[in-house]
Design a protein around this ligand. Sequence first.
Ligand code: NAD
Length: 492
Amino acid sequence: MQKYQLYIDGAWADPLSGEWMETMNPYTGQAWARIPRAGAADVEAAVEAADQAFTQGEWPGLNATQRGLKLRKFAEILTGEAERLAEIEVRDNGKLHAEVLNQCRYMAQWFHYYGGLADKIEGSAPPIDKPDVLNLTRHEPLGVCACITPWNSPLLLLAWKAAPALAAGNTIVVKPSEYTSASTLEFAALAEQAGIPKGVINVVTGLGEEVGQPLVRHKKVRKIAFTGGETAGARVNTDAAPGFKRVTLELGGKSANIVFEDANLDQAVNGAISGIFAASGQTCIAGSRLLLHESIHDEFLERLVSLAGEARIGDPMSPDTQVGPITTEPQYRKILDYIEIAKNEGARLVLGGGSVPAPEGNQGLFVQPTVFADVTNDMRIAQEEVFGPVLAVLRFTDDEEAIAIANDVNYGLAAGVWTESLRRAIKVSERLEAGTVWVNTYRSTSYTTPFGGYKASGLGRENGMEAIKEYLQTKSVWYYSGGDVANPYTRR
Ligand code: NAD
């Protein structure tokens, strides 16, 4: 079995805790590697290394252009290694190879984009309403940033954090999910090849309470970029508060995918399936509430059920597979619990509704694509994040009702709108309480446009120009050129 080590200060190290944990292949159900189960002492070493790298040595000595060049070099290396990284990630999280490979190839763009942005972070010279003063503003890095990632898209979500953090001149300590740490450790090794100085990127693996929590609480960590569930997100926010640390939180969702009566139904059926069954529904942006106009409800549901019923379940490495395994056992149990909850609430099961054995004698955990109709928005299946292939279908009669249902939820990560009417697309998208609204498409993200949640779906934004500000602080510098000596007891 492969054995990984921690990556701290440019070197591979066994955990000071002396403990290890196994990482599983969700398809075979077998452990395939050993990962350090680090503890607070390892976090201390990693934060110390990141702090040293931030304050002295090569990294702070680089100008922004040189820093950007290193990130773009890293992007080239990541592109060359995309296939290898994708295989490792599939082995660890069981997502379809076709999707993970795309993600691993796409990930490099974050380093190109933010590498290019590094030397375009400009301050300003505000005109000051006082004589003999020159005022300049500078955007400065924060220091050590903690990047905490979940298991569903470990590398892509790390790129969303690491690229702007490093472009801004910070250093990072990464804490990947305990279920999917291998690809992040491989990523760190590649940063070294790109000439990113030691200590700038550090990776500490282990559990949330044993590694994540001491990292968030460490006094030298100035910012936490977290993606995960709302329970851990709330904990992170609370733990960061006494140190007045910057926090960005990318949390869960219960996104509404709304199909109006004038929609292109072929596209919309496809979008509804992609919204909930891609990645076996294990995505934060899952369109897990499908809102159908009453006039198309029955026809749409029939088409959806017929298409989703044919989804090929199997080996995530196979190009023919459409629905792969559930990544973790707790997640599998949670999905099955929600299926029971929905049945007990009176939702009408129209597809799936249970587990399926893993093909070819494997031990992986699979859940059938599942659809519940006649869901009302007060049911738990309409309000709570399942994070699995379980779709709740609701009916509406007019635009006002669709908007009201869509917004009547704690979350606000994303929404889909399917209509051929430009006027309706504009009006509805303006009124949806969601950080991303897709019109006639679903599940697209890009390095160029901000991503983040309204309401309980998070704080702050990743991606695009906005994200770089999350890793910078502004300093206002006053230069006085007057010759007088002013009254020291009055404010200038
Ligand atoms: P999780 O919250 O259980 O864990 C996320 C990460 O936080 C892991 O690395 C975990 O070890 C760590 N962690 C746990 N407790 C911690 C603590 N007290 N302090 C610091 N770190 C801690 O989430 P998960 O099960 O890995 O991922 C699924 C969740 O992630 C879902 O809710 C999903 O919606 C969300 N998610 C959100 C986005 C987004 O961009 N909004 C993207 C992907 C996943």
